[in-house]
Design a protein. Structure first.
Lengths: 257, 308
């Protein structure tokens, strides 16, 4: 698992593309992030290469990459405050259903510089194009891009570094060899992460590959979290007992008679 | 020094959390209040989600009030019989409060209700305390005797049946108003998600005429039992108590409560009431500020419970 040298994410040749087309081979520096007591966030490095052979046609535009990292999916309520009779109260609210709790969109250049708006929409490239379904009555649907709730949701997630859009984060070290850094902030959600790498040339997507990593609690952190989840009553009694012990202990230590 | 919290799922600075526990513990020990209404916003400020903050603060409050209660017990300045009667009333108040809580949440007006009740309760209770204690202090300065307890005066309270003697408080009153006070504290506390010590203390002083020195220890016993029960309930129902965060808070809290209890016994009763009054008014104004001043960020995000 840990041997980063072994590339687990090999691109499968896409059926629709001709035999001489490019392939991407990519891997991550870590596939399993261990969250221990000293965890304060981590940068994962994505690296890889664009494979060509002698029959591959030269590309006039060179290569561009778009990397989308999607964390576990959760539902969120976004509320808007409004002034009513002089005081600010939560008025309207929207529920975003099963949207990524973490989202990083990384690219070599701004999307408009290497692909069309239609392609961006179809492939959900970037914050403006990604689908963030909202509960609207009984239906689920995404709304217009500049909907105030959608904009606010992305802005607030960006402030906590849980949504990241960097259109200069993927760099080519040689014409074929690329790397990118995926920044995981301290409060990154625990769970499974999907890494989607797309290769573009001459305005179109020409290859695509997937990789994945997981963030897990280990050791003591795992023990505490599991106890809290699976043995609630015992865990609560233990915590209450701990409170009494600490209180008693302090009163003995600080006794001045 | 950073440490990762297993349930809250984020790292925090240990020294910062210890310092917060210490400060709130000091205030808690000095005034006999739990301090949950101070600690919860502080935890939310460092990034802990509100649900985890509320659940975890309960155990911190239990620890610091136990530490404080032992100090008062050694000086025999607490009234266990009174605490027991208050808790009986509190139990019924809590049941009623939880019912109203559910109703208000289904109507979608819970946040507003909590905000408004904080402002109204805190500023009126605090304002009355400040005014009364200032008068006491002024009277003491002018040489007249301070008489909070007028032994001869007969209130309507004294006509009620079921009289009971509370030795430590030097009181002989009906248990009905005692249950009533417990009921109100349990009711308001469960709606607002707090122990209610900052309201219990003034009610015991002004309404039941319990001596200030006994009030603080007694209030701590009530808070201790309520919050220990709340810890177990939170852990059993929503699994959001973070034991690591709780331990760091407790370590600071119990030490702070010891120094606070010592400081509280040195300060004259009227001055202590004035200080608590000022603190309560300040927190009330803080909530009023949030309701009245235009927020810089009008949107908030909250993770939806997986269960709902």
């Amino acid at each position: 698992m840990k041997r980063a040298g072994i590339l687990i994410a090999l691109a499968a040749g896409l059926a629709s593309t001709p035999a001489a087309a490019e392939r991407i081979v990519a891997s991550l520096s870590v596939h399993r992030v261990m969250v221990t007591q000293s965890f304060t966030g981590l940068d994962i490095v994505l690296f890889g290469t664009v494979e060509r052979d002698s029959a591959t046609i030269p590309r006039r535009s060179g290569y561009d990459l778009a990397v989308t990292v999607t964390g576990p999916r959760e539902s969120f309520v976004t509320r808007q405050k409004e002034r009513m009779a002089g005081i600010w109260v939560n008025a309207e609210s929207r529920t975003f259903v099963d949207v990524p709790a973490y989202l990083a969109v990384l690219a070599t250049r701004p999307f408009d510089d290497f692909t069309s708006a239609e392609t961006q929409s179809r492939l959900q490239l970037g914050f403006r194009r990604i689908v963030l379904p909202q509960q609207i009555g009984a239906d689920l649907a995404d709304v217009v891009r500049d909907d105030p709730f959608r904009v606010a949701f992305i802005r607030l997630r960006e402030q906590r570094k849980l949504y990241i859009e960097q259109t200069d984060a993927v760099t080519f070290m040689t014409p074929q060899l690329f790397r990118a850094t995926i920044p995981l902030p301290p409060e990154v959600p625990i769970g499974n992460y999907d890494v989607d790498v797309k290769l573009f040339a001459d305005g179109a997507m020409i290859a695509r590959t997937n990789s994945a990593f997981e963030i897990v609690k280990v050791g003591f952190e795992r023990f505490v979290a599991n106890s809290a989840q699976n043995h609630g009553v015992l865990y609560g009694l233990a915590t209450a007992l701990m409170a009494l012990m600490t209180g008693w202990f302090a009163s003995v230590v600080f006794r001045r008679d | 020094m950073e440490i990762y919290l297993p349930v809250a799922e984020l790292p925090v600075n240990v020294m910062l959390i210890l310092g917060m526990g210490l400060t709130v513990g000091f205030i808690s020990g000095m005034f006999g209040i739990g301090g949950g209404f101070l600690m919860t916003p502080l935890l939310i400020f460092v990034g802990v989600t509100p649900a985890v903050a509320v659940a975890t603060v309960a155990s911190h409050v239990a620890a610091s009030s136990f530490s404080g209660a032992i100090s008062y017990w050694r000086k025999r300045s607490l009234d266990l019989a009174l605490a027991l009667m208050l808790l009986i009333g509190g139990l019924f108040g809590t049941i009623a409060g939880v019912w109203l809580f559910t109703l208000l949440r289904s109507l979608g007006q819970l946040d507003l209700t909590i905000g408004l009740s904080y402002v109204i309760l805190l500023s009126s209770v605090g304002g009355l305390m400040v005014a009364e204690s200032m008068r006491s202090i002024a009277r003491a300065r002018s040489g007249r005797k301070v008489e909070l307890r007028r032994p001869g005066s007969h209130m309507w309270l004294h006509g009620l049946p079921l009289k009971m003697r509370f030795k430590a408080s030097r009181l002989y009153v009906s248990v009905i108003p005692v249950w009533g006070v417990g009921l109100i504290i349990g009711f308001i506390g469960s709606i607002m998600g707090i122990g209610g010590g900052f309201m219990l203390v003034p009610m015991l002083i002004y309404f039941l005429r319990v001596p200030t020195s006994v009030v603080i220890g007694t209030s701590m016993v009530v808070t201790l039992v309520t919050m220990a029960a709340a810890t177990v309930l939170h852990a059993a129902t929503n699994h959001l108590v973070d034991a690591v965060l709780a331990l760091i808070l407790m370590l600071g809290g119990v030490v702070g409560a010891q120094f606070g209890a010592r400081a509280g016994q040195k300060v004259a009763a009227a001055q202590l009431r004035l200080l608590l009054g000022v603190l309560v008014v300040a927190v009330g104004l803080r909530f009023a500020y949030d309701l009245i001043v235009s927020p810089t960020e009008r949107f908030t995000i909250r993770l939806l419970d997986k269960t709902s």
